[in-house]
Design a protein around this ligand. Sequence first.
Ligand code: PGA
Length: 275
Amino acid sequence: MAKLNRRKIVIGNWKMNFSVPESTILLSKYLKEISPENTEVVVCPAFIDIYSAEEVLSGSKIRVGAQNVHWEDVGAHTGEVSAFQLKGFAEFCIVGHSERRHEFAETDKMVAKKAAACVRHNITPIICVGETLHENMDDLTNLVVAGQTEASLSELTGKEVANIVIVYEPVWAISPGGHVCGPKKATSVIKNIRNLVKALYGEATAESVRIIYGGSVDGQNIKGFLAESEIDGFLVGGASLDHEAFAGIVKAVDGGVKSKAVEGKPNSSKTKAKK
Ligand code: PGA
């Protein structure tokens, strides 16, 4: 398949970590270290941290994402947050992360509705798919991933799919205590996902959609993954909780952006509240 110049993306998934003051401090450290030239960088804090994150990062090269969303805009859904509410604060949103699929019984159908809600409100969905350890051992990886991908995309048009992010994130490779998914395996599954998107939505969509890898990515193993051109970026959990580790990954992906570039320069986003 002819390859378009898809922009690389690195996404930090903070999961259920950091109070508002803690997140603000960490983001200020991010700003000193992270100023990518070619790579899109997104941080996905917990809902409570999103408002302040958007203020701290306003005007910088780091975008804000959410970790979850409800598929309806408003209504009696205690504890939920909608894409309508996130609009203006989060430009991206993770949907169908395996921790939500497994801890909160999220189905592909829910994931599809969540992705559609994001698109409706101009938020880019980051759709996660991946098999469990048992499925992997039973050689069911491609079957499971294809099923999840097709069902999770089912409420989107080809034009919409072209602009989303799909993450291959094998459940068994997520830290802590994850097994290791090598770059070759990640590449082969990502190629299969792209072929499936081609079969479902056509070549132009398949060439455009970004398909990234997630699962224990760190400053050490990133080089191996970078050698594989099929991988359009990374979803980073544990390593995104540390500014040096996350900056190291971003720099490796971005091809050696100088960390000194923003040092010493006051960042207007730190002082200027957008709203
Ligand atoms: P990890 O998490 O990098 O800590 O394995 C990735 C994720 O679950 O998104």
